[in-house]
Write a protein that binds this ligand. Structure first.
Ligand SMILES: [Zn+2]
Length: 112
């Protein structure tokens, strides 16, 4: 069931409303101060992959579980083990790339 989030223009409180379908009419009333001066917020379900869902994957379990390869801490594991397997030293450029990716820095400009 879709959830719409509205921000109250009077008290800035955020209220969530379940709607039966995307096209349902909704007359949102602030759950904090009963104001009807509400402004629709973008809900995560309509934005696809959000920063929030990325962070949820941080707690993903061990290799093979869903989310493992979305976990920045696991980036480059396969590359590392391949170099280890053949007893080779990993070139510094690859090492740097993996470390940068693992730092998990969120690219600027995603904060909607
Ligand atoms: Zn309010």
């Amino acid at each position: 069931m879709p959830t719409y989030e509205y921000r109250c223009q009077d008290c800035s409180g955020v209220s969530s409303f379940f709607v039966r379908s995307i096209n349902s009419q909704l007359d949102p009333v602030c759950t904090h101060c009963q104001s009807t001066d509400m402004e629709r917020r973008m809900s995560s379900f309509s934005m696809g992959k959000t920063v929030g869902s990325v962070h949820e994957n941080f707690s993903a379990g061990s290799e093979g579980s869903p989310g493992y390869y979305n976990n920045p801490r696991n980036i480059g594991r396969g590359v590392e083990s391949a170099f280890e397997k053949y007893g080779m030293d990993m070139p510094q450029t690859i090492r740097d790339n993996i470390d940068a990716a693992r730092s998990g820095e969120t690219p600027k400009g995603l904060d909607l």
